[in-house]
Design a protein around this ligand. Structure first.
Ligand code: ATP
Ligand code: MG
Ligand code: MG
Ligand code: MG
Length: 477
């Protein structure tokens, strides 16, 4: 089933049940807690928080999402994209747990002829929050699931809140068993690669105080109006229904992999695992880059622009590592446009602008890489000659300071060369430089913000996502 058809069936299922279809919000919303929209509920936050009355009782959407916290998973797990589409149904004081479970079950296991996804009900597992007896009973009564395929999880996995006093509630997640050849027996609590999470149902019922129920504290009250927020991963459903191995090989991303095969002359399916990761990273990141630029992000050294820059640079580097010497970004965003265009016309109408942005970014980066890589290589041979396995902080600092190599790039290249980096020494050198710069500035009595300090914090900590949705703490590390 093509991704387009999965999207269509999802919306039709909920529209037939009276939900108002709501278009995806932009990836960039005016929300200080959030770098990028990372869940379907984000555009409905005012309704869930009680700040505004919902203009409908029930709604459905397919939201563009970006989760930078998943960047390190990309290409390595079967199921993590940096950009993905989250399909959702939302109830604002209308149906609650029973309705949410019934809707999800009928769509997931409904026959193809009846507009469902046709998943084998025998292969479906679910999790519920540890004390949510009601949800466990409903899964048995409504869906006929046997108790052994319903597992309980504690608040770290199956409790949702916003990380601040306000609404919260237990979650229930739906998993598909890919079969014994894909991992260990025992359900999702044992192996989340074999049992792939496709849908998360959030039952907003609690009022939480300062202490989070996630960590065992009881909620301080019950919401007067109970709400439903769900998120289904469209890419995950596509990967499972298309009989491919992972979210990077579906009809939306495989064309990028195929194009990279042509450009590199290398085979994706017959190559090593390490090479496969490179193809998958390229496919994932170039799409995210195009979608971000489509929504107005431009490459830069801070915040959103830095995330975009990092993604595009990873594409370029991975292409080099596959032996491609020519620029690739314009070519690959063309492939993304053709694949994503039918669902996201903005990618088609903004194509010229997207192409211009990535062309400029790639030219600048290739120049940086050309000089920096030479310096890097000679530092690596010095380290090897001295019998060490750690690149000195001074080399990382010189690369950063003189050649514009961000530390994450040095870390990545060092790890590919089998070396670690003396990050402690690098930080101290950065710190010294900052103090010197501050002292100089004070001496000259110049004001102004110190952008380099911010940049360095970003490089050290990575960029964090909004922590509120589901088990996003893992995404934020
Ligand atoms: P996982 O545990 O697999 O990382 P999650 O629990 O973090 O997923 P949720 O926050 O519950 O995911 O998001 C709702 C749904 O969105 C998930 O059930 C999944 O189908 C989909 N999803 C989440 N993260 C990604 C991702 N990085 N790429 C593709 N789909 C995703
Ligand atoms: Mg999960
Ligand atoms: Mg989840
Ligand atoms: Mg996750």
């Amino acid at each position: 089933m093509q991704t387009h058809e999965i999207r269509r069936r999802f919306l039709a299922h909920f529209e037939n049940a009276g939900h108002t279809p709501v278009p995806s919000a932009s990836l960039i919303l005016d929300d200080p807690t959030l770098l990028f929209v990372n869940a379907g509920m984000v555009q409905f936050k005012p309704y869930f928080l009680g700040e505004a009355p919902a203009p409908y009782d029930t709604a459905t959407s397919i939201q563009k999402c970006v989760r930078t916290g998943d960047i390190e998973n990309v290409g390595h797990t079967t199921r993590h994209n940096t950009f993905f589409q989250m399909a959702g149904n939302f109830s604002f004081g209308d149906y609650f747990k029973e309705g949410a479970i019934r809707h999800a079950w009928t769509l997931v296991t409904g026959s193809l002829e009846d507009g469902g996804f046709g998943f084998d009900p025998e292969r479906i597992w679910v999790t519920v929050f540890e004390n949510d007896d009601e949800a466990e009973r409903l899964w048995q009564d409504v869906a006929g699931l046997p108790p052994e395929r319903i597992q309980r999880r504690d608040g770290r996995d199956n409790y949702w809140d916003m990380g601040i006093p306000g609404p919260g509630g237990p979650c229930s997640e739906i998993y598909y068993d890919r079969g014994p050849e894909h991992g260990l027996e025992g359900g999702p609590v044992v192996d989340e690669d074999r049992y792939v999470e496709i849908w998360n149902l959030v039952f907003m019922q609690d009022i939480r105080g300062e202490a989070s129920p996630k960590y065992g504290a009881a909620p301080i009250g019950e919401l007067p109006q109970k709400n439903i927020d769900t998120g289904l991963g469209v890419e995950r459903v596509a990967f499972l229904l298309q009989g491919v191995e992972n979210v990077y090989e579906t009809d939306l991303l495989r064309p990028v992999i195929d194009r990279v095969q042509e450009l590199s002359g290398r085979s994706y399916d017959e190559g090593t695992e390490e090479q496969g990761v490179r193809f998958r990273v390229i496919a994932d990141h170039v799409r995210t880059g195009a979608m971000l630029i489509g929504d107005g992000v431009v490459p830069g050294n801070e915040g959103r622009g830095y995330v975009l820059r990092r993604l595009l640079r990873r594409v370029v580097r991975n292409a080099r590592l596959l032996g491609i010497t020519e620029p690739v970004l314009v070519d690959l965003v063309g492939v993304v446009r053709d694949a994503m265009g039918p669902s996201y016309p903005e990618i088609v109408t903004s194509y010229e602008r997207i192409a211009a942005v990535v062309r400029r970014e790639e030219e600048a980066f290739l120049a940086t890489l050309a000089t920096g890589s030479r310096i890097f290589e000679s530092a690596v041979s010095d380290v090897r000659a001295s019998g060490s396995t750690m690149l000195p902080g001074s080399s990382a600092f010189a690369l950063h300071d003189t050649y514009g190599f961000p530390i994450d790039l040095t870390l990545e290249m060092a790890s590919e060369a089998g070396l670690s980096v003396d990050e402690g020494a690098f930080r101290s050198l950065m710190e010294e430089q900052r103090s010197r710069a501050k002292a100089d500035a004070a001496a000259r009595k110049h004001g102004g913000a110190d952008a380099s300090a911010y940049r360095e914090v970003l490089e050290r900590a990575g960029l964090t996502d909004f922590l509120g949705y589901s088990d996003q703490r893992a995404d934020a590390t």
